[in-house]
Design a protein around this ligand. Sequence first.
Ligand code: NAP
Length: 305
Amino acid sequence: MSLVYFCRYSASIARHWQDLLETALGETVLLGPPHGNLGADDLAAVDVAIVANPAPGLLAQMPNLRFVQSLWAGVDGLLADSSVPEHLPLARLVDPNLATAMAEAVATHVLGLHRQLPAYRAQQADVVWKPHHQPLAAECPVGILGMGEMGKASAAMLRALGFPVLGWSRSAGPAALDEVLARAHILVNLLPLTPETRHILAAPLFARMRPGAGLINFGRGGHQVVADIIAALDAGVLSHAVLDVFETEPLPADSPLWLHPKVTVTPHVAAETDSRTAAHCAAGNIRAFRAGRPVTGLVDRARGY
Ligand code: NAP
């Protein structure tokens, strides 16, 4: 049986990944479209696909496909492809390096908001010398929506810095969200994008938050309602928003987010897949699947993550 790798990266990046995967797996990995052409025999021989945001419809072309390993932690794009057979097991990427990268990004921007960097940046632009009272991290509870791989690593790093952390996950139930929203000075979104979580970062949620809290969205663009974020910032309901993910990426040049004084835009870089470690994590999971052992990050289609 064969392995195929589908991605929409450039041809040189695709070949770099192909090399890493072949080394980690010790076998040939075919390169699928758009960078490699596969005949009907190739497609029929494939039992495992390794994917990074593949074009819709590709996975349905392999009649003997038994397992799909994503090289991304978020599988919302994969699940949106209605041609992916229902019975096919899908695994998202679980890589400790990815979680560490996310924790670093969360710590960076939580500290930035806590230490009032947006205010000092604005003051510097206006040549204003004006100190603001600076509480300690211990006085700044941080709320995290989504306590999975990303959320747990981020919470651990924030706690090490002295921030009290209030986490919320699906298993905690909807009622538990109230306390997180009411107490958090800074709210960090690390949820997967599912039908339940789409547009969660909107006016009704902001109305339940502590007035003037900061917002960080490192989940998916589909979690946020941009018009509601801008309205909340303009009304002082939110003090600042750090946004790394958007419905349309790259963020269009005419988006009002680019020039809003209370918005920090980053280009979907909170946690990048590290090809060196991710190839090994994917290979370990593929070996486990073929040996009939449990795989990590198995996606529950009904839950959507
Ligand atoms: P994960 O391990 O699957 O964890 C998901 C967490 O979200 C779990 O705690 C889960 O609750 C919770 N959750 C799911 N649906 C919920 C709901 N309806 N209400 C409340 N909580 C809910 O996922 P992960 O590896 O941490 O990744 C999370 C997301 O981060 C990814 O899906 C991706 O969108 C995003 N991400 C972004 C970047 C970036 O660069 N910006 C990089 C990597 C990942 P339970 O614990 O109860 O199941």
